[in-house]
Design a protein. Structure first.
Length: 391
């Protein structure tokens, strides 16, 4: 690949990182204001975790369906950018309407489902565009750049919760919807920058994966589910209580982003590691080291040690997630990248749904059992991965 191609690929990844950033921020805004919007409609707050869990179920179904649809469109040499922008526009309008529909609970929930389903156009499809845009070897680097948008949004979440406290939801929802709608135009820009596909190459579609290959991929998704569930429990349930144990609660908004700062660092270094060692050794090492880092967060007796453990855990999660996206794209190359990346995104959504269900059922109050759950799940995933010889 020459220098111009590399620069073009990097520019495309940064454009998609902006899309990822604004999409993730829109979800943060939604979660911040959802309790207030439900209260306007007279919905009891105990239903909040279940509604968020249902949103993740819709995400899971939509992510996989969107990935399959993108593969079919690409195999027929149809451009997908304009369709994705249209879906993003529908998503933006639906989000814009949510504050006004809060007084009508049933309609509010229906439009929320529409917003969640259509916003899946901004989850798996951009990775498909990247995987078709550049060679498979460059995918971890490009995916890492795109995931920086998620890292920044997650790091900003505690500050947004403080800044937006007491603000009328209509304004943040308006700006979030506008930002998502405008940034989605980058999907068209990225697709138009792709080299023209060769009809003969697309027509010569390889046979689908055999039963053994499908079983191996399902097995890998099971490992991804374990890892993602552990990450969800750690960042959404354990991290805050761990910091409160050793630091003034007033410092929490400054300490919570440490994991995501480490995540960003992991995204920046994972490409070099994958090039040197390959995706499987990187996944194995990151799982083992990540499990130790998560154990360190549970055992930390001082704030500096806890901060270091949180940073390390975030770093290894960045390596795991980025390498996993690269594996998904490579296993689906050339015409099933959407199906595989969509399945991986759906797996992440199922992990979030599982964590929310755990919270809604009261299982998050399990004390030390829940505190050690992330380390145990990552250790289990590491033991399974260490027995594999290839991915």
């Amino acid at each position: 690949m020459d220098t111009s191609d590399s620069l073009r690929n990097t520019r495309a990844a940064w454009l998609l990182a902006v899309v990822e950033l604004f999409f993730s921020l829109s979800w943060v805004v939604y979660v911040i204001f959802l309790p207030e919007l439900l209260a306007r409609g007279g919905v009891d707050k105990r239903y909040l975790p279940w509604i968020l869990a249902a949103d993740q179920l819709v995400f899971a179904l939509a992510d996989w369906s969107m990935g399959v649809a993108v593969d079919r469109a690409r195999s027929a040499l149809r451009r997908i950018g304009p369709v994705l922008v249209l879906l993003a526009a529908v998503s933006a309008v639906a989000m814009l309407l949510l504050p006004w529909l809060a007084v009508m609970p049933m309609l509010f929930l229906a439009v929320t489902s529409l917003w969640v389903a259509t916003s899946s156009a901004l989850r798996a499809p951009p990775y498909v565009l990247l995987s078709r845009y550049a060679g498979r070897s460059a995918m971890p680097r490009l995916a890492g750049i795109q995931l920086l948008g998620l890292a920044v949004a997650s790091a900003l979440a505690p500050y947004l919760a403080i800044i937006l406290k007491g603000v009328d939801p209509s304004l943040p929802f308006f700006f979030s919807a506008a930002a998502v709608g405008v940034s989605a135009l980058a999907l068209v820009v990225v697709e138009r920058g792709q080299p023209a596909a060769e009809p003969s190459a697309v027509a010569a579609e390889p046979p689908g994966p055999n039963k053994a290959a499908r079983g191996a991929w399902a097995f890998l998704l099971g490992i991804a589910l374990l890892l993602a569930f552990g990450q969800q429990v750690h960042t959404a349930i354990n991290a805050a209580s761990q910091f409160k144990r050793l630091a003034d609660p007033a410092l929490l908004s400054w300490l919570m982003p440490v994991f995501w700062i480490g995540f960003s660092f992991g995204l920046l270094v994972v490409d070099r590691l994958v090039r040197l060692r390959g995706p499987l050794p990187v996944l194995q090492l990151a799982c083992v080291a990540g499990a130790l880092a998560l154990a360190g967060t549970a055992l930390a007796g001082s704030l500096p040690l806890l901060v270091a453990s949180q940073f390390a855990a975030g770093t290894f999660w960045g390596c795991i997630l980025c390498a996993s996206i690269g594996v998904a794209a490579e296993r689906g190359y050339p015409l099933q990248t959407g199906r595989n990346t969509g399945a991986l995104m759906a797996t992440l959504a199922v992990a979030a749904m599982s964590r929310l269900s755990l919270m809604a059922s009261g299982g998050a109050a399990g004390g030390s059992l829940v505190e050690w759950l992330p380390a145990v799940t990552w250790a289990a995933a590491a033991l399974v991965l260490l027995r594999l010889r290839s991915v």
